[in-house]
Design a protein around this ligand. Structure first.
Ligand SMILES: Cc1cc2nc3c(=O)[nH]c(=O)nc-3n(C[C@H](O)[C@H](O)[C@H](O)COP(=O)(O)OP(=O)(O)OC[C@H]3O[C@@H](n4cnc5c(N)ncnc54)[C@H](O)[C@@H]3O)c2cc1C
Length: 398
């Protein structure tokens, strides 16, 4: 490769590393943009992606590019904690779920036959910024590209700085179950059922009914460490028998996961020509673990800038500092006094409309609404965590 960017011939315009949620999202959005129709794209992914390894759920008040593969959508959510239960009509919002396998197939099918794209099964071992772009070393060979978009999961275990940042996980085991009698309300998601024992953490049940006799039931925790699998299973069995009163049911599938919830700085880019995507680029919201919609918005932002300027945007994510601070405060409370989490969510749901909560979590609320949200929750835990933030030290359970 010669050293002048303008004259260097590169193998590809864009190199996408990883074909999971974020890599495929970016590829899909590039393919939808006529102004990028001449760009050559290489995507490298090590896995066959032929398993339904996860389901993505999200709320939306407008059509999304993937509505055609939405497996289920709901008009209501339920929030429950001791002494407070509410079934909430979502108004103009819908809560939606997409099966991972449907998404992988849909995007690959949409791009098959498009001469812009080349897919390789392999893994990337090194990405290096050069004057003209990026040099990639992969198991499928060496390549150059103008820009690389990297969605390899970040190695947080190695990067961790617990004296500076907060490291929690949203971890869960879910069973898709079938029953012989009608048990579930197919229009209502059990969004957070906090009625179970908290064990000084944030622990709740999350239920996605697919019909009156079928649902995904997940025991979900926001905490620092995963549990032995038997503990999730015991909690699931207890919920099914005690809360739902089920004597018999069949487990037809299982979902297991751990999503990082952290305020560790996950940079939006690595140098001039490498942009981080997905979890690696901080798209999993630190205080909730939700990432799917943020990933789609990130792809749209990148594609719009690439099409209009030829470059990724300087501010690759558009994240706003005030929401980053709210996330850090909530993480600090979860880490310091996890059992307080359910009271905070309870106050949020008791005192705000679901539209305001969703907009706040989507980071689109105005300053006035941010104030209303913060004013709706007990201030003391937040004050203590503000002190921790000012000291530059994460709170610890005392
Ligand atoms: C079980 C589960 C359920 C989830 N449910 C939700 C949900 O309901 N709603 C929501 O908003 N978020 C959810 N999330 C969080 C988030 O949306 C997902 O983790 C999402 O898949 C993150 O997208 P990603 O592209 O960053 O990572 P991935 O989808 O994991 O993609 C990364 C890809 O990089 C590939 N890769 C790894 N190493 C290399 C290498 N060396 N070279 C090339 N490629 C490599 C991997 O094989 C993988 O395909 C869930 C996460 C999990 C684990």
């Amino acid at each position: 490769m010669s050293s002048t960017a303008a004259t260097t011939v590169l193998d590809y315009d864009y190199f996408i590393v990883g074909g999971g949620a974020a890599g495929l999202s970016l590829a899909f959005h590039i393919a939808q943009e006529p102004r990028l129709a001449t760009k050559k794209v290489l995507l490298i992914e090590p896995e066959a992606k032929n398993q339904n390894d996860r389901t993505w759920s999200f709320w939306a008040d407008e059509p999304t590019a993937f509505d055609g593969i939405v497996a289920h959508e709901w008009r209501r959510i339920a929030f429950r904690s001791p002494g407070f239960e509410q079934i909430i009509d979502l108004g103009r919002y819908r809560y939606k779920t997409i099966n991972g396998l449907d998404y992988y197939r849909f995007v690959r099918r949409a791009l098959a036959g498009n001469p812009q794209f080349r897919f390789e099964q392999g893994s990337v071992t090194a990405l290096v910024n050069t004057a003209a772009g990026v040099h990639a070393t992969t198991s499928a060979g060496e390549f150059t590209a103008r820009y690389a978009f990297d969605s390899r999961p970040p190695d947080l275990a190695k990067l961790k700085q617990p004296e500076k940042h907060r490291y929690l996980l949203q971890h869960f085991v879910g069973w898709e179950i079938e029953t012989d009698a009608d048990v579930f309300d197919p229009a209502t998601v059990e969004f957070m059922d906090f009625r179970g024992e908290q064990y000084h953490e944030a622990r709740f049940m999350y239920v996605l009914p697919q019909g009156p006799r079928k649902a995904l039931v997940e025991y979900t925790l926001f905490s620092e460490n995963v549990l032995p699998k038997a503990e999730y299973e015991a909690a699931l069995r207890d919920y099914l028998s005690t809360t739902l009163g089920l004597k018999t049911y069949r487990i037809v599938a299982e979902e297991v996961g751990a999503i990082p919830m952290t305020d560790h700085p996950l940079p939006a880019r690595q140098g001039a020509h490498i942009i981080n995507l997905g979890t690696r680029g901080g798209r999993a919201k630190p205080s909730t673990g939700y990432a799917f919609k943020r990933i789609q918005q990130h792809s749209q932002r990148l594609v719009e800038a690439l099409a209009s300027t030829g470059h990724p945007p300087l501010d690759a994510t558009g994240d706003k500092w005030q929401f980053r601070l709210f996330d850090t405060l909530l993480l600090d409370i979860m880490q310091r006094r996890g059992e307080t989490t359910r009271d905070i969510f309870r106050q949020l749901f008791e005192r705000n409309s679901v539209e305001r909560i969703f907009r706040f979590l989507d980071e689109t609320t105005s300053w006035a609404d941010n104030f209303r949200v913060m004013n709706s929750v007990t201030p003391w835990p937040f004050m203590r965590s503000i002190v921790q933030v000012l000291r530059g030290r994460p709170g610890r359970r005392s």
